[in-house]
Write a protein that binds this ligand. Structure first.
Ligand SMILES: Nc1nc2c(ncn2[C@@H]2O[C@H](COP(=O)(O)OP(=O)(O)OP(=O)(O)O)[C@@H](O)[C@H]2O)c(=O)[nH]1
Ligand SMILES: [Mg+2]
Length: 237
C-alpha cells in the first residue's frame, strides 16, 4: 500500500495531461506513491496517462463528475489521497505539503483554497459565487472555510471508508469537505495560486449552484447532532 495516492478524474484532457503528469511526478520524486486516473474521455487522455505510468480506470460512457470522483477516492490505495484537476490549474508542487499534514496526524483533510485573493484566472461570477458559498457554509453549518469547491485536497483514507457521500449530482466537493467537518474530522486550509486552465471547462454553472445550495442545506441536521468517530492512534490510514 503506497503512502500517497494522487488521484485525478479526466474528461478529454489530452492537451493538459502530459504536463500535469510531469509536474506530479516531479513533486512525488522519492516518495512512496501512485498516480490514479479515472477517465471518461473520447480522446487520447487514457493512453497518455497509462504510458506515463498512471494506473488508469476507465469509466465509459461518462457517468458524471461525482461518480468519477467517488470511484477515484474509493480505488485509491494510499493512506492519504491528494486530488487535483487534470487541467494545470492547481500547483502540483504543493502535493507533498498537503499529504504530509495528513500523514503526520495534523489534519484529516487539507483543503487547498484558491480564494486567498481573487485569482485572475477565475471569472468574476465564479469568484463571487464561491465567496458566497463559503460565507453560507459558515452561517448555516458553522464550518470555517474559504473555498468549498476546491479540486485540490488531501483526504485521510479512513474518511472515505467511514463517511457516506451522495455521488449522484454535481458539486460533490462541497459535501466531501463539509460533511466530515460536521462529523468532527479535523479540516485545515492552505492558500494556493490558481492558474489559467489548459483546454475547455466542463463546469455547468447553474446546475452546480443549485446543487451546492442543496448539499449545504441538506447537511443542516448534522450541525445539531453530537458525533463520535473512532480512530486507532498510530495508524496512518
Ligand atoms: N472521469 C470524468 N472526469 C470528469 C468528468 N467531468 C469533469 N471531469 C474532470 O474533472 C476535473 C474538473 O473539471 P473542470 O472542467 O476542470 O471543472 P472546474 O474545475 O469546475 O472548472 P475550471 O475552473 O474551468 O477548471 C477535470 O480534470 C475534468 O477533466 C466526468 O464526467 N468524468
Ligand atoms: Mg478545473
Amino acid at each position: 500500500m503506497p503512502a500517497i495516492t494522487v488521484a485525478m478524474i479526466t474528461l478529454n484532457e489530452e492537451a493538459a495531461i502530459g504536463k500535469v503528469m510531469e509536474d506530479i511526478q516531479r513533486a512525488l520524486s522519492g516518495l512512496d506513491s501512485e498516480i490514479l486516473v479515472v477517465d471518461s474521455s473520447r480522446d487520447r487522455t487514457p493512453e497518455i496517462a497509462a504510458a506515463m505510468g498512471a494506473r488508469v480506470v476507465r469509466q465509459f460512457p461518462p457517468c458524471g463528475y461525482g461518480r468519477a470522483i467517488m470511484r477515484a477516492l474509493t480505488d485509491a490505495q494510499g493512506a492519504v489521497t491528494v486530488t487535483l484537476d487534470c487541467d494545470d490549474t492547481y500547483p502540483a508542487e504543493r502535493i507533498p505539503e498537503l499529504a504530509s499534514a495528513v500523514l503526520s496526524g495534523e489534519a484529516d483533510i487539507v483543503n487547498a483554497s484558491r480564494l486567498g485573493t481573487r485569482p485572475q484566472s477565475m471569472p468574476l461570477a465564479n469568484y463571487l459565487a464561491n465567496r458566497c458559498f463559503a460565507v453560507l457554509s459558515r452561517l448555516v453549518l458553522g464550518v470555517k472555510t474559504t473555498d468549498v469547491h476546491s479540486g485540490m485536497r488531501a483526504y485521510r483514507r479512513s474518511i472515505l471508508q467511514n463517511v457516506a457521500f451522495d455521488a449522484a449530482g454535481p458539486a460533490l466537493p462541497v459535501e466531501l469537505l463539509l460533511k466530515p467537518a460536521l462529523l468532527g474530522y479535523r479540516i485545515s486550509e492552505v492558500f494556493i495560486p490558481y492558474r489559467e486552465r489548459i483546454g475547455v471547462t466542463t463546469l455547468r454553472r447553474w446546475e452546480s449552484t443549485v446543487w451546492t445550495l442543496k448539499r449545504i442545506f441538506r447537511l443542516l441536521p448534522l450541525r445539531f447532532q453530537s458525533h463520535c468517530h473512532e480512530q486507532t492512534l498510530g495508524e496512518a490510514g
